[in-house]
Design a binder for this molecule. Structure first.
Ligand code: BGC
Length: 761
C-alpha cells in the first residue's frame, strides 16, 4: 500500500514536471494574454497540482500573509506556517535572504510544494522613484507610464518581488481624497489607456520573464467615489455610472492581460466590494472573462464586520468566498473558517477549487513552478543611469505650467532666491507610497541648482510644509533683497496625501500663503512651484505670483527636472488629468459632468456680492452655480501651458452624418505661433446631445502629442465610430444611440473648435 502510494506520488510529480516544461515553453513565447492552446495545457497542469492537494493545502493557497518590511529576523512561526502549506503568498518580505529561505521551504518542504509569490506595493517606482501616479497621468503619455512601470519591475524583481499592487485605476474626482495622489485622475478614457501602459510595463512581454511582475488592477471598484473624499467611506454608484465611468479602466486592464485584481475597501450601494457577488462573479468573471487572481485589500474581508455586513469573522469569510474572492490579504477568515464553512455546506468545495486554480494559474504564468527563485543575474539593478534619466524625463513630462506672466523660463543671468519648505525636501518630493526609495538619492531643487552652477541663494524660510512660524519672515525679506526673482517651492509633505490622508481644505498648509503674500510686497517676481499629492487651491495667492508650476511629488529626479524647466532647457509638458478646483467646497468637480436642467452660464450668473441687500427671495436667473466662486474650476481638465503658443484652425469633418458602420474623420490644423519649438497635446471631445439617459457635457475620446517648430502647422486627424460612442443606459443596454453629437478639438476641456455630426440608424 505504502509503495503504491509512493509510486502514485512519484507519477504525479513526473507528470507535473512534464507539464511544467510544456506550459512554460508555451508561456515564454506568449504575451501576457493566453491563447486557447496554451490555456488547455495550463489547465491540465493546474488540475494536476490541485489533484495532489488536501483541503488544508488549498486553503493555505488563499492566504496572503502580511509581514513588516522592517522585520530584522524571520519568525519561526512564519517559517513553520509556510512549511505546513498555510501560506500562498507573502506581502512585504523585503530581505532577499528571507525571500530565498521562505521559497525554499515552500517548494521543498510544504505538502504541495507550490511556490510562494512575494508581493509589494511598487506604485511609482521601486528604488528609482517616478512622479506620483496623478503626476504621471499629467504626462498623458503611455510611453512614460510604461517605462516607469518597466523600470519599477526590473528593480523590484531583483529582490524577489514578483507581484505589485498597482496600477491603481480608481477614477478620482475629489481632491480632498488623499489617494487622488495614486489615481489616474478623473477621466475614464485617460485612465484606461494609462492603465494598459502600466500593465504592459510591469508584466513585460511575457509574465514568466524573470524581470516581469504581476500587476494588480485596484481597487475594484468605485473607491474613488467615497463620499466627501473621506477615505474608506461609502459609495453610491448607480449601474450606468459604474459601467460608464468606473469600470472602463478595469476593462482596459483586463484587455491588457492584467494578472490580478484587488477588491476595494468601500461598500457600493450597501454591499462591500470584497463580498460583492454581482461585481466579482457576474461582472468580473462572467462578463469580463477575467481568469486571473482576485485578492482582497488589507483586512477588507474582516472589515465587512465594521461595515455592518457580516456579524463575525466566519460570516465575513463566507460572504467573501461566496462572492468569489480568491485570496485574502492579511486577515485570516479563510484560514480559520473555510474548512468548516465547506463542511457545513455554506461554501461549495468547488468554489475553493476555483480560488486555488486562479492562484495557481498566476503562479504558473509567472514561471514560478519552473523557476521559483529570483534571478541572480538580475541583482540590485537600482538607480541605473537609464532609470534616473527616465525618471527625470517623466518628471518633465508630468509638470504642468498653470500660469506664466512672461517670467519663465528664466535666463541664466537671473539672480534667484530659492525659497520654501519643499526646495530641499528629499523625502517629501518622492511622495506617497515610496517604501523602498531612499531619500539620499533624491535630487532636490537645491541640489540641482548647485549642480548646474546657478546664480542663487537658498533660504529655507519654513522648516516643513506645516510650519506655522513667521519668525523668519523679516530675515527672508532682507535675504531676497539682492535677487531678481524668487522661486518659491511650496506644497505638502508626502505624508499629507495617500491612504487615510484626506484633507477638508486643500490650500497650502502652515504659513506658506502668508510668506508668499509678504514676499509679493517686495515687488520681486515670484515663481511658485508646487510639490503636492493633489491640486492645491491657490485662489488667495494666484495674483501674488507671476508663474505657477505644478510638479506634483516628482520623485527621485524632481529637482533636476525642475531646474531644466525653470531655465528653459526643457518646457513643462504636462496637462491636468483632473479639474483644478478653486475651493475645496466645489468638490467633487469633474469636466465630464451632466448638464442639469439649469446649466450654469455666464449670462445668468449671479455673484454673491452683486445681490442687492434685502433682495426679493427668488430663484429666477439662478442656475447650477455657487454664488461665491461661480461654476468653473480654477483650471480645466486638460489644461497646461508650455513655453510657446498654439493656434487651432480649420476644423473639418468628413461627413455631417455617419451610419453605425462608418467612420468620421475629424481634422484640425495646429500651428506653433510662438517663439520656440514646443509640444501640444491636441484633445478631442464629444457630446452625445440627447440620450436615453442624460449624457456628460463632454467626454474625452482621443488625444495626440504634436511637436511643432516655430511657425510650423500640422494637420491632426481623429477618427470616430459608433463603437466609441457606446454607453450603458438604465436598461443595461450598452450601445451607441442615433442622434446629434457635438465635437470639440482643442487644448483643454473648456475650449476648442466646435462642430456637430449626426449618427444615423
Ligand atoms: C491599500 C492597498 C495596498 C495594500 C497593501 C492597503 O491598505 O489600500 O492599495 O495595496 O494596503 O499594502
Amino acid at each position: 500500500m505504502m509503495i503504491l502510494e509512493n509510486l502514485k506520488y512519484l507519477n504525479t510529480i513526473l507528470m507535473r514536471y512534464y507539464l511544467i516544461i510544456i506550459a512554460s515553453a508555451l508561456m515564454s513565447c506568449s504575451q501576457s494574454k493566453v491563447s486557447t492552446k496554451e490555456s488547455n495545457v495550463e489547465e491540465k497542469f493546474i488540475d494536476s497540482v490541485l489533484a495532489t492537494m488536501s483541503i488544508d493545502d488549498k486553503i493555505g493557497q488563499t492566504n496572503l500573509r502580511g509581514t513588516s518590511s522592517r522585520a530584522k529576523t524571520l519568525s519561526d512561526e512564519l517559517k513553520e506556517d509556510v512549511r505546513q502549506g498555510k501560506v500562498g503568498a507573502l506581502l512585504n518580505v523585503m530581505k532577499v535572504e528571507f525571500v530565498d529561505e521562505l521559497q525554499k521551504i515552500a517548494v521543498e518542504e510544504s505538502p504541495s510544494k507550490v511556490p510562494l509569490i512575494f508581493g509589494r506595493d511598487v506604485i511609482h517606482g521601486f528604488k528609482t522613484i517616478f512622479p506620483i501616479p496623478i503626476g504621471l497621468a499629467a504626462s498623458w503619455d503611455t510611453d512614460v507610464a510604461k517605462s516607469s512601470s518597466r523600470i519599477a519591475a526590473i528593480e523590484a524583481s531583483s529582490v524577489g518581488i514578483r507581484w505589485t499592487f498597482a496600477p491603481m485605476l480608481d477614477i478620482a474626482r475629489d481632491s480632498r481624497w488623499g489617494r487622488i495622489a495614486e489615481s489616474p485622475g478623473e477621466d475614464p478614457y485617460l485612465a484606461s489607456i494609462l492603465g494598459k501602459a502600466y500593465i504592459e510595463g510591469f508584466q513585460g512581454d511575457s509574465l514568466n520573464n524573470p524581470t516581469s511582475i504581476a500587476a494588480c488592477a485596484k481597487h475594484y471598484i468605485g473607491y474613488g467615489a467615497v463620499i466627501g473624499g473621506r477615505d474608506y467611506n461609502t459609495t453610491i454608484i448607480p449601474e450606468p455610472l459604474l459601467r460608464n465611468v468606473y469600470l472602463p479602466p478595469f476593462q482596459s486592464a483586463l484587455d491588457a492581460g492584467v494578472a490580478t485584481v484587488m477588491t476595494s475597501f468601500n461598500e457600493i450601494n450597501g454591499i462591500p466590494a470584497t463580498g460583492n457577488e454581482f461585481l466579482l462573479k457576474q461582472v468580473l468573471r462572467d462578463e469580463l472573462k477575467f481568469d486571473g487572481l482576485v485578492v482582497s485589500d488589507w483586512d477588507s474581508v474582516v472589515e465587512m464586520i465594521a461595515h455592518g455586513y457580516a456579524k463575525d469573522e466566519k460570516q465575513a469569510g463566507e460572504q467573501a468566498a461566496n462572492a468569489g474572492m480568491d485570496m485574502e490579504m492579511t486577515s485570516r477568515a479563510y484560514e480559520h473558517h473555510l474548512k468548516d464553512l465547506i463542511k457545513e455546506g455554506k461554501v461549495a468545495e468547488h468554489q475553493l477549487d476555483e480560488f486555488v486554480k486562479n492562484i495557481l494559474r498566476i503562479k504558473l504564468r509567472l514561471g514560478l513552478f519552473e523557476t521559483p527563485y529570483r534571478d541572480k543575474n538580475n541583482e540590485a539593478n537600482f538607480y541605473k543611469e537609464t532609470h534616473l534619466a527616465a525618471a527625470k524625463e517623466a518628471a518633465i513630462k508630468s509638470s504642468v505650467l498653470l500660469k506664466n506672466s512672461d517670467i519663465l523660463p528664466l535666463s541664466s543671468a537671473t539672480k534667484v532666491a530659492l525659497i520654501g519648505p519643499l526646495a530641499d525636501a528629499p523625502l517629501d518630493q518622492m511622495g506617497t507610497w515610496t517604501f523602498d526609495g531612499e531619500k539620499e538619492h533624491s535630487i532636490t531643487p537645491l541640489k540641482a541648482f548647485k549642480a548646474a552652477n546657478i546664480n542663487f541663494k537658498y533660504i529655507r524660510a519654513l522648516t516643513h510644509s506645516r510650519d506655522k512660524s513667521k519668525k523668519q519672515f523679516q530675515k527672508v525679506i532682507n535675504d531676497v533683497k539682492g535677487s531678481d526673482v524668487i522661486v518659491f517651492v511650496a506644497g505638502e509633505e508626502a505624508i499629507l496625501s495617500g491612504e487615510a490622508h484626506s484633507r477638508a481644505t486643500i490650500d497650502l498648509p502652515g504659513a506658506q500663503e502668508d510668506l508668499i503674500k509678504v514676499l509679493s510686497k517686495t515687488g520681486k517676481p515670484i515663481v511658485l512651484v508646487i510639490m503636492a499629492g493633489r491640486p492645491i487651491t491657490i485662489t488667495k495667492i494666484i495674483d501674488d505670483v507671476d508663474a505657477v508650476l505644478m510638479s506634483w511629488h516628482p520623485g527621485t529626479m524632481g529637482g533636476a527636472a525642475l531646474q531644466e524647466i525653470i531655465y528653459g532647457l526643457r518646457e513643462p509638458e504636462g496637462r491636468l488629468p483632473l479639474s483644478w478646483p478653486k475651493e475645496a467646497g466645489q468638490l467633487p468637480y469633474f469636466y465630464n459632468h451632466k448638464s442639469t436642467g439649469r446649466p450654469a452660464n455666464k449670462k445668468d450668473y449671479v455673484a454673491m456680492y452683486d445681490i442687492p441687500v434685502g433682495a426679493w427671495q427668488s430663484s429666477l436667473g439662478n442656475d447650477s452655480h455657487y454664488l461665491d466662486i461661480g461654476y468653473t474650476p480654477h483650471f480645466p481638465f486638460g489644461f497646461g501651458l508650455g513655453y510657446t503658443d498654439f493656434e487651432y484652425d480649420n476644423l473639418q469633418i468628413s461627413k455631417d452624418t455617419i451610419g453605425f458602420n462608418e467612420i468620421l474623420n475629424v481634422k484640425v490644423s495646429v500651428t506653433n505661433v510662438g517663439e520656440r519649438t514646443g509640444k501640444e497635446i491636441v484633445q478631442f471631445y464629444t457630446q452625445d446631445v440627447v440620450g436615453s439617459i442624460t449624457r456628460p457635457v463632454r467626454e474625452l475620446k482621443g488625444f495626440q502629442h504634436v511637436n511643432l517648430n516655430v511657425g510650423e502647422t500640422k494637420e491632426v486627424t481623429f477618427k470616430v465610430s459608433a463603437e466609441q460612442l457606446k454607453f450603458t443606459n438604465h436598461k443595461k443596454i450598452h450601445a451607441a444611440e442615433a442622434g446629434d453629437f457635438n465635437i470639440w478639438v482643442g487644448p483643454d476641456a473648456e475650449s476648442g473648435l466646435k462642430d456637430t455630426f449626426y449618427l444615423k440608424k
